[in-house]
Design a protein around this ligand. Structure first.
Ligand code: NAD
Length: 455
């Protein structure tokens, strides 16, 4: 099929490249000419494992980049909208979606073959049918199901694993409003025969995406609240608590041969310094705002957000408890990406920790193995961005581990024998507490001998 992707960010580029890889002819449109030109040159402008190899295979041939939306739409059978849907004032901001819908509708105005428009962006329930479809119909002058199909197809890729997620999807959800769009989407995803396909309404598809993200974010905030509680208990470690919880056969089923299934969802049942990125924070916020607008409560979602907003302060508190006043203290912050294997730094917990440390008068340096360009764009100028882990931790009073990059397992050997030993605050609980001299971590209670005795 001939496919246009409108909005070539993380989702648009990965989706466009992967659709080209399964045999479609794809044009990626962006208002940013630098992105369109990078695709034309075959350069992945964001870090995602496996992405560059796909561009090497298809860029300039069945994968093109352009800023000319109208030409791309008119020359294709199906257009996907993958523009951003930020959160503004606790509600979803649909302005990019509306603009894209208007531009696509106008491009389709002069007639031509039937066309299907698919919303890929994460949007609150009702958006496709009540916002996107009316704009498309008005601007194109076409009628629904005849010259124009409208659908919602939520994206479940996880940054850092997005190419693999696309290649081996766990589900494909088609929220279709008409048979034209259902036929087109079935054809688009035909190579994924055997994958669970859920065909439903656009509203349900939109709700599925939010429910999926909110469920995972809830597990993280739940784990963090448990972690904060057990950190007050002498000799108790949230990692052991969570391991015990996860061994419940309802989380980790026992097979007939006695072995355990360890589902991927268990990785969300772990305490850390909070979730970030371009999805969970804004999507939970948008869902809570939507729930309020619908006149139903958002108590649970508000709690998830409240726990998360405070979680980075746990790291700052641990640094203060270990170092005393932070003024003039040299602190290395390891990891700026919101999680490993991505260069995405949007809403990363690191950003708020760096800000708090600078406000407290600390001398802050950061290091990230991949997210350097993106980090420089968002980090406070007063924070030095180092070129290597060794350089970042040289001569510091403390180190805060904020992203679980595997490279940071080298930290213990880099600081071994240093006198005085730097304090290591493990915001991701990725290091062995015994591997460094001065260790504190999220969800780790004081050693029994250090615990204050009860009166
Ligand atoms: P992004 O900000 O990385 O990319 C959006 C792109 O759209 C930008 O490059 C922007 O320049 C472009 N754009 C905006 N208006 C345009 C227009 N009128 N015409 C052409 N281009 C336009 O966003 P993203 O992270 O890719 O997310 C896109 C959507 O997908 C959001 O709704 C997000 O919630 C959802 N989503 C994201 C992820 C993820 O992991 N990033 C996963 C699933 C779903």
């Amino acid at each position: 099929m001939r496919v246009t992707i409108v909005g070539t960010g993380y989702v648009g580029l990965v989706t466009g490249a992967c659709l080209a890889d399964i045999g479609h002819i794809v044009t990626c449109v962006d208002i940013d000419p630098a992105k369109a030109e990078a695709i034309e040159r075959g350069e992945a402008f964001l870090y995602e494992p496996g992405l560059q190899a796909i561009l090497d295979r298809h860029a300039g041939a069945t994968l093109r980049g352009t800023t000319d939306l109208a030409a791309a739409v008119c020359a294709s059978d199906l257009t996907m909208i993958a523009v951003g849907t930020p959160s503004a004032g606790g509600r979803i901001d649909l302005s990019y979606i509306e603009t894209a819908a208007r531009q696509i509708g106008e491009a389709l105005r002069d007639g031509g073959a039937p066309h299907v428009v698919v919303v890929k962006s994460t949007v609150v329930p009702g958006t496709t049918e009540d916002v996107v479809a009316p704009i498309l119909l008005e601007c194109s002058g076409r009628s629904l199901g005849d010259g124009l199909g409208v659908a919602m197809n939520p994206e479940f890729l996880a940054e850092g694993n997005a190419v693999a997620d696309f290649a081996t999807p766990d589900r494909i959800v088609l929220g279709v409003a008409d048979s034209l769009s259902e036929r087109a989407l079935r054809e688009l995803y035909a190579p994924f025969e055997g994958v669970d396909l859920l065909v439903t309404t656009p509203r349900t598809a939109e709700a599925i995406k939010y429910a999926s993200n909110a469920a995972l974010a809830t597990l993280i905030s739940f784990s963090n609240e448990i972690g904060n509680l057990v950190a007050t208990l002498p000799g108790v470690d949230v990692r052991t608590v969570m391991e015990g919880l996860q061994l419940d056969r309802r989380w980790s089923p026992i097979l007939e041969d006695g072995s355990r299934v360890r589902p991927g969802v268990l990785s969300y049942l772990a305490a850390g310094c909070g979730f970030g990125g371009s999805c969970f924070p804004k999507d939970v916020e948008a869902l809570a705002g939507f729930a309020r607008a619908q006149g139903v409560g958002s108590t649970m979602l508000d709690g998830v957000l409240a726990v998360n907003a405070l979680q980075p302060t746990q790291v700052v508190d641990m640094l203060e408890r270990g170092l005393g006043r932070l003024t003039g203290k040299r602190i290395a912050v390891l990891g700026v990406a919101f999680k490993p294997n991505t260069d995405d730094v949007r809403a990363s917990a690191t950003l708020s920790v760096v800000r708090s440390l600078l406000d407290a008068g600390a001398i802050v340096g950061a290091f990230d193995p991949i997210a350097t360009i993106t980090a420089r764009a968002v980090l406070d100028r007063a924070c030095t961005l180092h070129d290597s882990l060794a350089e970042a931790v040289a001569g510091v009073d403390a180190v805060a581990v904020m992203t679980a990059w595997p490279e940071f397992h080298e930290l213990p050997s880099l600081i071994a024998g240093r006198a005085p030993p730097p304090l290591v605050v493990d915001g991701r609980r990725m290091l062995d507490p015994a591997s460094v001299e001065r260790y504190v971590g999220i969800g780790l209670g004081p050693k029994r001998e250090e615990a204050p005795t009860r009166p």
